[in-house]
Design a protein around this ligand. Structure first.
Ligand SMILES: CC(C)(COP(=O)(O)OP(=O)(O)OC[C@H]1O[C@@H](n2cnc3c(N)ncnc32)[C@H](O)[C@@H]1OP(=O)(O)O)[C@@H](O)C(=O)NCCC(=O)NCCS
Length: 137
């Protein structure tokens, strides 16, 4: 049965998913700090097995970033990603009641833009804004 938990901070579950989608895994201490400083998150389970995750980071009222949307490969294509996005957007809409000018960003991985377009996201350049930028490692 599919279950949802809010604000789960289990580092092993996070790293398991992170690894399963091919992103490697953080040191536990680093991941724990990241999860502890996360504003809001959704974890999805098939019974007691973690199968999906997504989180919101940011200042909680003016700027939020959607981060780390991950669905275990064998569960992809079954609307688990949609479920995670819908739940995060529910939270976002609650905050919008406090601040209608809330800005919500995300950095889509290559070729994942179409997934996010389904939820109303557009490329910055198409919204007449500059490209997003990232500090070169
Ligand atoms: C991207 C990801 C989160 C999507 O989750 P999912 O559960 O497989 O997606 P869903 O089943 O909810 O798909 C919803 C819709 O998005 C579409 N979609 C999903 N992934 C897509 C992709 N990579 N490119 C284009 N469309 C995509 C689906 O076809 C579906 O369309 P439909 O509503 O017309 O049927 C998942 O594939 C994943 O975890 N990938 C690896 C990690 C990753 O890249 N995350 C995104 C980081 S920015």
């Amino acid at each position: 049965m599919i279950k949802i938990k809010e604000n789960n901070k289990d580092v092993d579950e996070f790293n398991l998913l992170y690894d399963s989608v091919g992103w490697g895994a953080y040191d536990n201490e680093v991941a724990q700090k990241a999860l502890d400083n996360t504003f809001y998150s959704i974890s999805v389970y098939d019974d007691d097995r973690i199968i999906g995750y997504g989180r919101l980071i940011g200042d909680t009222i003016c700027f939020l970033y959607i981060q780390d949307i991950m669905v275990k490969p064998e569960y992809q294509g079954n609307k688990i990603g949609t479920l995670i996005m819908d739940k995060l957007l529910e939270k976002i809409n609650q905050i919008k009641k406090e601040n209608p000018n809330l800005r919500v960003y995300l950095g889509a991985s290559k070729n994942k833009e179409k997934f996010y377009e389904k939820f109303g996201f557009v490329k910055r350049i198409d919204a007449d804004l500059g490209y997003g930028m990232i500090l070169k490692r």
